[in-house]
Design a protein around this ligand. Structure first.
Ligand code: 13P
Length: 261
């Protein structure tokens, strides 16, 4: 099954409201032609919470989809500091990220919590972008595949096959993310994406083929095209290199210019 081509960026805890707005405007201007030439391309940006409302008002989401970086699984209640799916619904968002490595490893979230968030995303009609990835230590013990399989099986537990068109996966090895990250070798990334595909198939059969799997973790201008053309990589989920609109648009153009996957 042919899936779309995905390019997205998580802005993490960077850019204030004005910076986010001007970034989105510049990115839209620089990618408009590419979007028109490539109707199967899906571009998305996840700004900070405080920028979401302005971003949603000022962005044409037929060009750039917007999403939140995290969400509580409850609609309301005594959850100080959390943001509910009902609050996100007010902002006309399509996408919610769940289980980014910084949520799991800096803020101690578990697979079970990520599952509750994915179920809440389905209930409220959001696309849930479930992030998975092994730590350096887990890789060292040779259990990366088991970790990925567990994160998928628990993360998607209880999600019906009919809801799979609202599920995206991002494979982001923890050791590859951020300023101290080492980009995953392309062959390694493809191999792990294959494990993801097999696990999804095992759980859902052919229905799983609608679920895209994106690679993230130190994607840069040197490795982007090689990662993008891998058979089981449906797109790139980029941090630092995408936070400059010109550079991100250039990276996307390079990938699309590599031709049909
Ligand atoms: P970097 O591209 O900066 O490594 O970040 C990737 C990431 O965390 C995307 O969610």
């Amino acid at each position: 099954m042919k899936r779309k081509k995905y390019f997205g960026s998580n802005l993490k805890m960077y850019k204030n409201v004005a910076q986010t707005e001007s970034y989105l405007k510049e990115l839209a201007d620089r990618t408009r032609e590419l979007c028109m030439q490539n109707p199967d391309m899906e571009l998305f940006i996840l700004p900070s919470y405080t920028s979401l409302e302005t971003a949603s008002k000022s962005t044409d989401q037929s060009e750039i989809h917007l999403g939140a970086q995290n969400m509580c699984w409850e609609d309301e209640g005594q959850f100080t500091g959390e943001i509910s799916p009902v609050m996100l619904e007010e902002l006309d968002l399509h996408l919610v990220m769940v289980g980014h490595s910084e949520r799991r490893h800096v803020f101690g979230e578990s697979n079970i919590e990520e599952n509750k968030k994915m179920l809440a995303a389905m209930k409220h009609g959001f696309t849930g972008l479930l992030c998975i990835g092994e730590t350096k230590e887990e890789k060292g013990y040779g259990i990366a595949d088991e970790v990925l399989r567990t994160q998928i099986k628990v993360g998607l537990h209880g999600i019906a096959a009919e809801d799979l068109d609202k599920v995206w996966i991002a494979y982001e090895p923890v050791w590859a993310i951020g300023v101290n990250g080492i980009p995953a070798p392309v062959e390694y990334a493809q191999e792990k994406h294959h494990v993801i595909r097999e696990t999804l198939r095992e759980l859902y059969g052919e229905a799983a083929d609608v679920v895209p799997a994106l690679y993230g973790g130190s994607v840069n201008l040197e490795n982007a095209t090689r990662l993008f053309v891998q058979p089981d990589i449906d797109g790139l989920y980029v941090g630092r290199v995408a936070w400059d609109a010109k550079r991100f648009a250039g990276l996307i153009a390079d990938c699309l210019a590599t031709g049909e996957k």
